[in-house]
Design a protein around this ligand. Structure first.
Ligand code: MG
Length: 282
């Protein structure tokens, strides 16, 4: 199906508004990484994934997605709601007591679309690999997608999973790394320089490709379509998605400052002014 990039772009702007308003309302949460991955989430759920109507935990006979860097829950919740998993109005309950939309996603709340608790970093790829192997056992030809942060790669468990995936030929997974070069305390190079992430994944036996314009919907579609074409060939597939943290809000870009900080009233008005309403606020 040919994608309607105009529609995807309009949804992207609306999701940015959701992220900003959710985080502002409770003066808490993570706008930077959420904004940086908005185009990716919109494209993933609205175009790339083979999804069934409704939601069940097993996710048999459909593509499934696992968010490892769970702190970017605002973008995940907004895109899930606007893809029909739960009412858009529920976004107003973000981070409130007893809400299904906790700061870090958990399965305990029973929110449709959430198959794994995340927020403790470094664990998502392991879970995704288990799901990918279950699909193979079930003769289910659909794919498993996972998203990881780049700072998150400093967690050791990732490298066990990366080693395992290639050794066991888990070739029905596409693991995307949000390569924004930032993490909570500064640039990834300053905090713990990892050298070439590409060379490391390749050394561990993965097929790796770059999406250089990770905030461009057409580039994401082209890159992820390429990634899909590389599945089923014996190697796990890694996409290095080059994004800008805080994308779409000028004062949140080119810094790690908005990793986990909410805008004040004035900053919110400024940010929303840069992203005029397209599909209706929640
Ligand atoms: Mg990062």
């Amino acid at each position: 199906m040919k994608p309607n990039t105009q529609q995807l772009q309009e949804l992207t702007v609306q999701v940015r508004r959701d992220i900003l308003r959710m985080v502002h309302a409770v003066n808490s949460g993570h706008p930077g990484g959420s904004l940086g991955c908005t185009e990716f989430f919109v494209t993933l759920y609205q175009h790339l994934m083979n999804r069934k109507e409704g939601f069940d935990m097993d996710g048999k006979n459909e593509d499934v997605f696992f968010l490892s860097n769970g702190h970017i829950s605002p973008v995940f919740y907004s895109v899930l709601a606007r893809s029909g998993y739960f009412p858009v109005s529920e976004l107003a309950t973000f981070r409130l007591l007893n809400s299904r939309l906790q700061g870090h996603p958990t399965t305990h709340e029973g929110l449709p679309g959430i198959r794994m608790a995340s927020g403790s970093l470094g664990q998502g790829l392991s879970v995704a690999l288990g799901a990918a192997q279950a699909k193979k056992l079930n003769k289910d030809l659909n794919l498993v997608y996972a998203l990881l942060g780049d700072g998150e790669l400093q967690e050791g468990q990732n490298w066990e999973a990366i080693m395992y995936a290639a050794a066991k030929n888990v070739d029905n997974i596409i693991a995307t790394v949000d390569l924004n070069g930032q993490q909570i305390d500064g640039s990834t190079d300053e905090v713990l320089n990892m050298g070439s992430v590409k060379a490391k994944f390749e050394a561990f036996g993965w097929d790796v490709l770059d999406i250089k314009e990770g905030n461009n919907i057409d580039a994401i579609i082209a890159g992820m379509t390429d990634a899909k074409s590389r599945t089923g060939k014996g190697k796990p597939v890694c996409v290095l998605l080059h994004t800008e943290m805080g994308n779409g809000v000028d004062f949140m870009m080119h810094t790690h400052a908005w990793h986990g900080k909410a805008p004040n009233d004035e900053q919110l008005a400024n940010a929303l002014g840069q992203n005029p309403e397209t599909l209706g606020d929640y």
